[in-house]
Design a protein around this ligand. Sequence first.
Ligand code: ADP
Ligand code: MG
Length: 446
Amino acid sequence: MPSRTSLLYAITGGLLAILIHALFFETGWPYENSYLHVFDILSWILIAFFIGRMKEGWDRRTRELEHANAELQKEMEERQKAEQAMREREELFSDLFDNSRDMIQSIAPDGRIIYANRAWRENLGFAKNEVPGFPMFEVIHPDCHAHCMERFEALLSGREVDKIETEFVARDGRRIMVEGKCNCKFVDNKPVAIRGIFRDVTERRKLEIELQKAQKLEAIGILAGGIAHDFNNILTGLLAVITLVKNALPPESEQIEILEEARQSCLQGKELTGKFITFAEGGSPLKKCINIRELLQQSVEIALRGADIACQFALAADMHEVLIDAGQMQQVFNNVVINAREAMVNGGEVRVRAENQQVGEDNGLDVAPGAYLRIAITDQGVGIPQENLARIFDPYFTTKRMASQRGTGFGLAICYSIMRKHGGTITVESENGKGTTFYIYLPACP
Ligand code: ADP
Ligand code: MG
């Protein structure tokens, strides 16, 4: 069926042809060769009709193109919207992960890291691009490898694993105690990733250990202090009797020597009970606000005198003044340095550092937050095995049982007690065979 446009074109073409014929040719009817005119007009009508058809085709094509264009535009807009939504979702999740204080990680079944969030990277000292492909077991402390490997394999075989407690090692060698949970993602029954979320509990653990230490030592102190006082009284009585009897004997009597031995034993006993009392009560400190520089240097030098041990000081120029009993603090430095000396039988170096430190709320130290002076005394001695670290502050704990180096196990117990009485504390870090550092925290003068 011819459409309206082509018919309109045909009619217009016919009328135009008739008009031209009427204007430019003789138009009497009938006239010569009239069939030629009719043929001409019919040709015009036909040509106009086809032009109309063509115009219609163009119009249709244009409309189709416009429609297709609009569709494409719509599709593009929808795609852009979808991309934008995806980007927003990605940003949301990445923001959620990266702003989490917990360490979040995803590990491939071959143990290589697929993803780790910002807390993980910052805690362990990794740049973002160093994470993908890095072997996870290289950040786990070697002591924890066996335990972690067992958990890892359990997860890969589809078993559930409860809370994981382990230790990571940061790039700078810091040990980070963590606890967390992991689960495994399976696709077509094949493990593809182990997802884990861990919390840094280093400070909390340290605090727990400090609190346990404080409670244990306090309990021992109460018991030991009570017994020591009673014993001290008994010994004082005994000493008085011995002295009386000794004085009553004629000077040439053989018993005098025996009584003198008894007196010496009593004095030794009193010395021991005195140590218990100092440990239990920390003596009664006579505190003064002083700059500790000279006292520290002198105490360390005296304790090292005669030993083949070098000493290096790095004391901050702006050290806080501290409120201390000088005699008691000297005893603390002396006990720590004597231990360092005894740990370095083949010589070495003791390093003493002192610097101001602001101790925050979650300090893991069991001391009040505030300004402190931190003194670190480091030796290059035999170190302290991990299993002994929790016991070295206990009275009577000693590993020195040889004739040449007989310990009483009181040195650090007394240090601890004195430090607590000063509102500070003493902590230790050591690696077997690599030396030891004692940290002494003293509250700054108000
Ligand atoms: P003592 O020195 O009489 O044994 P301490 O209380 O002073 O008692 O020390 C307890 C134990 O702690 C020591 O026997 C030793 O095993 C360990 N210790 C203390 N300081 C060090 C150190 N600097 N290096 C290695 N071990 C140490
Ligand atoms: Mg000692």
